[in-house]
Structures are given as C-alpha cells and as structure tokens.
Design a protein around this ligand. Structure first.
Ligand SMILES: [Zn+2]
Length: 178
C-alpha cells in the first residue's frame, strides 16, 4: 500500500458486503478483475453477463468465480438474455469442484448501476425456483465507474432485492487519519 491519500480499491483487493442476516458476501480480487473487463465504456458495447460461484464457509460466502458470457447468450446494449441450458451445465460442473451457484451478474451502461424491474423480477424468480440453502441470491451489476461505486451488489430473497453496501464504502469517511 502506498502511503498518503486513500486510493480507491477498485480490483486490487477483495470487497466485502454484510447482509442483514449477518452473512458476509466477499468478492475476491480475481472475481472483480473478471467483472471489470465487462464495463461498458463505449456506447456500442453490449451488455454482458454470467453466473457467480462461491465457496461457502459458514457465514462467509466467497464469490471466487464470475463466469464469462457464452456464445449462445443474446447480447444487446440494453438487455442480456442468458442461455439457460448452458448455465445449468456450468452449475453442475462447478458444483463437482465444490463451488456453489450463488447468483448472477451483468453489465449496465450506467456509472453507478441499479437493477431494473426486470432484473429484480428475474433474480427473485430464480431464487424461488432453485434448490439451495442460501438466505438469498446475489445480484451484481457492473457499471462504468471504478469499484466499489460502480458495482451494484444486491441480495434477492425471492420477494425483493436489497442493496448491500461494501465495507470499503462505509469506511471511506474514517480513513483520512491513516
Ligand atoms: Zn440489468
């Protein structure tokens, strides 16, 4: 770490989010690097998306893998339609390696992204239809700004999506004395 002013963490360090039920959702630096590659910096770039996989250790849900968009997905500037059969085989394959499917990610052409009504509806539906023992599914949206500001992270419980605030953002105000 360089001394002096606080550098926004972006993708060099993990980001942690605390849920209302006391779980910790952590995005590893590697996962953040994968997501950062799909920022829609240019107006002609399309929305991209994939799935999020984690190892779950008690209350710690570590998102260690964000899958990349597949050829079969439909991509557009405003909208992303994943190819479900491919997704299911990815879930089965990674499960064999001890990784759990915990949610979805996609990109938005917004600085600080927020989920659309359709985004919220589909992740809640996905949560209700899936067999799992998680308190919620993670919805991550990659915006144009640096992380954590440019990364939306929400938890879907089947009814609503609650935004989670990164611990880095919560601390920003107190970091000046370091
Ligand atoms: Zn969206």
């Amino acid at each position: 770490m360089k001394s002096g002013k606080v550098v926004p963490s972006d993708t060099s360090a993990a980001l942690r989010y605390l849920t209302a039920s006391g779980d910790i959702v952590e995005f590893t630096a590697e996962t953040l690097q994968t997501l950062a590659k799909y920022r829609q910096r240019r107006f002609w770039q399309s929305e991209a998306g994939g799935q999020l996989f984690a190892d779950v250790l008690g209350k710690l849900v570590r998102v260690v893998h964000a899958s990349k968009p597949k050829k079969a997905d439909l991509r557009a500037r405003f909208g992303f339609a994943p190819h479900r059969p491919t997704e299911q085989s990815e879930i089965n394959e990674l499960h064999a390696h001890g990784l759990h499917y915990v949610g979805d990610w996609h990109s938005h052409a917004q600085d600080r992204p927020a989920p659309s009504t359709t985004d919220a509806k589909s992740i809640n539906e996905c949560f209700r239809k899936s067999k799992h023992d998680l308190s919620g599914f993670v919805l991550a949206i990659v915006g144009k700004q640096a992380f954590p500001g440019g990364l939306y992270v929400g938890l879907a419980d089947g009814v609503q999506v609650v935004e989670l605030i990164s611990q880095t953002e919560q601390r920003t105000g107190e970091l000046t004395d370091r």
